[in-house]
Design a protein around this ligand. Sequence first.
Ligand code: MLT
Length: 245
Amino acid sequence: MKLFVYHTPELTPTEHLPECAVVVDVLRATTTMATVLASGGEAVQVFSDLDLLIKTSESWAMEKRLRAGERGGAKVPGFDLGNSPLDCVPEKVQGRRLFISTTNGTRALQRVQQAETLITAAFVNRNTVVKYLLEHRPENVWIVASGWEGSFSLEDTACAGAIADSIVQQSNLSANDIAGNDEVISSIALYTQWQDNLVELFHHASHGKRLLNLAGNEDIKYCAQTDILEILPIQQDPGVLKSYN
Ligand code: MLT
């Protein structure tokens, strides 16, 4: 198993795809997706276009759907939800499909939508992702950080490092054995430096600062929790993620 970490979707190779792609958007899309499914949501369906999201979700009964829209960190007017994982409690999401469009997470997912296996990761479900990778040992794994509008983001690359570091800790593989590119080693270094203080790391991050202004510290504190959800969002149909079991 070789891991490749890409700091943004734009940095992924365009001429081929891996056996397994892991999309990361810690603040907050992939944290929200894991939380929705852990709270009993039926599925998460991802869109880049808001009009298409509205049109597709119209064919679902009102009580079976939720529309979540985020642009620039803020809720899209008229949608049921923004992108806060704290809104995704069982009373709201149980049995419903979340139709969602976000600024960066959506773009990262679409970039690798055709990969044989597509899963999503955040700190909250890191260990479930690691377990899946160690059990299935795909030959090539791309960890695609969503970043922010084409730029590097601390929190996503730190999460990529958390996955890589945990694979090393839970197997007989060394960092050298699994590293398909230099970014794997640097992401492990970033994670191990900050693993005991992820909230502070997120406060240094540009999107962390944006969120502090928009949504306060509660979302950040939630997204910084590691291994709290035993859930693996996995793509079943293009753009549709369900819980792996
Ligand atoms: C995104 O996809 O850009 C985000 O998850 C932004 C956010 O809602 O915090």
